[in-house]
Design a protein. Structure first.
Length: 184
């Protein structure tokens, strides 16, 4: 599917680029396989991953996508994607099947489009869905009855992003929070 989509570089945005169930998707195996077919690999989980290491990027134990989007390390990751996109088609990779269920849509792709880049999402059947079409699906799935005239389309979309992210963002357990904050 990646080759059919014309992908030249994978930007792996998984915070933990490993898979027990599908070892061919672990970082070392995946990067070697991609290299064998002429596709580059960029590990960007430290910058663009959905499980930040900085305790300030969590709110009530959940990853705070809005805070993450302002973080200097995140912005460096976006710069790297943008630089790579000037040379080749970049495909963001994470673990979820549907972009609506993944931080790569809710956080990363959203911010990439704000920079003026065109984003398409490769779906499980190989079709490419324009980011704007995924946003339409987000609004349709949101289920909130919102006054379009009061909030406007952009306000309604921002609210839908926020609500979806609050439901899906990575949640730390108590020992993880203690390690990040230094409180036991």
């Amino acid at each position: 599917m990646l080759q059919d989509a014309g992908g030249g570089i994978i930007a792996d945005v998984r915070s933990v680029p490993l898979s027990r169930h599908f070892p061919w998707f672990s970082r070392s195996n995946l990067s070697a396989r991609l290299a064998s077919v002429g596709i580059g690999y960029m590990a960007l989980g430290n910058n663009l991953g959905g499980r930040p290491r900085d305790a300030r990027l969590y709110r009530d134990g959940f990853a705070d996508y809005e805070a993450m989007a302002r973080d200097p390390d995140f912005l460096v990751g976006l710069d790297r994607v943008e630089d790579a996109a000037a040379r080749s088609r970049v495909c963001l990779m994470c673990a979820e099947r549907d972009p609506l269920d993944c931080h790569r849509f809710l956080l990363v792709a959203r911010r990439i489009t704000e920079r003026g880049l065109t984003v398409g999402h490769i779906l499980h059947d190989g079709t490419i869905e324009a980011h704007a079409a995924t946003e339409v699906r987000l609004l349709a799935s949101d289920g909130e009855d919102c006054d379009l005239f009061a909030a406007g389309q952009s306000g309604r979309l921002a609210s839908a992003y926020r609500r979806r992210a609050q439901r899906l963002a990575y949640r730390q357990d108590a020992p993880q929070r203690a390690r990040l904050t230094g409180k036991r």
